[in-house]
Design a protein around this ligand. Sequence first.
Ligand SMILES: Nc1nc2c(ncn2[C@@H]2O[C@H](COP(=O)(O)OP(=O)(O)OP(=O)(O)O)[C@@H](O)[C@H]2O)c(=O)[nH]1
Ligand SMILES: [Mg+2]
Length: 280
Amino acid sequence: MPVNASLEYQLAEQKYREAETPADKLKALQVMYAKAPKHKSAEQLVKWIKETTKKYKDILAKEKQNKKGKSKYSIKKEGAATVVIVGYTNTGKSTLLNELTNAKPLIADYEFTTVRPEIATFDYKGVKIQLIELPAIVDDYFDTVDGPSFLGIVRLSELVIVMSRNETERRKTLKELEYIDDVQHKVIYYNGEKNFADIIWRNLSLVKVFTKMPGKPKAYPPVSLKKGSTVKDLARYVHKDFVKKFKFGRVWGRGAKHGGTKISLNHKLKDDDVVELHMK
Ligand SMILES: Nc1nc2c(ncn2[C@@H]2O[C@H](COP(=O)(O)OP(=O)(O)OP(=O)(O)O)[C@@H](O)[C@H]2O)c(=O)[nH]1
Ligand SMILES: [Mg+2]
């Protein structure tokens, strides 16, 4: 016990000695640091508190990392993008999955009907998007047995659909998602919108483009590319030799009055463009 230590300091030190988990040790150490005597003879003590704090922070970080790495339900990403549906129980996640895909998840009015990730394919005008319903969010989701692995699936997704019955539930869901602090996700909310499929598509950073060969109708399904992609990206996607052999292209855009404008490899593509590729 240092000289002239305050009562608050002494209590914190006692808590530190009694603490059983790294998290509790860390909490006590933080109080000890704040309440430690500031005079010269306490320098060694403060140094020790700092070092010990770092030690427990490292232990906690490692524990968290191990949990994150746990992947009982690891998902193979498929399609142009992965979209997850999250929310507390009975918010209609399975109902939405059923409306947008061919999946037949169990839908019931009892709680926690969905117990494992339901993986389905959402076909948006020919573009295949992976749509996954995750088992219901609960308070302290990350601390549940499979929480870290479910959050791992959110982590690798491109878009998050949050379902909630009220503002509190919405806020709580977002809070649970904060465990993924290294990736910023785009989040949208479903409230029964009739055009929700279009809303999902608009929130993915993708364009769909139809290719055509001269004299032929446009090919189906469309090719999906990242927003900002050019004719060069499209040509490369269609065939590995197409960039080399490319002579010029023609584009018919949505809402364009006169179609068939001549374009080069650098031309940026827009959603629903039809691109005719002319080769040497
Ligand atoms: N009133 C109302 N009921 C709905 C709606 N969507 C779903 N339900 C009902 O709510 C219950 C739960 O729906 P689910 O789609 O299974 O909900 P969930 O979020 O998947 O639930 P868990 O998987 O159990 O977490 C079912 O009885 C549905 O019929 C809705 O928009 N309005
Ligand atoms: Mg469900």
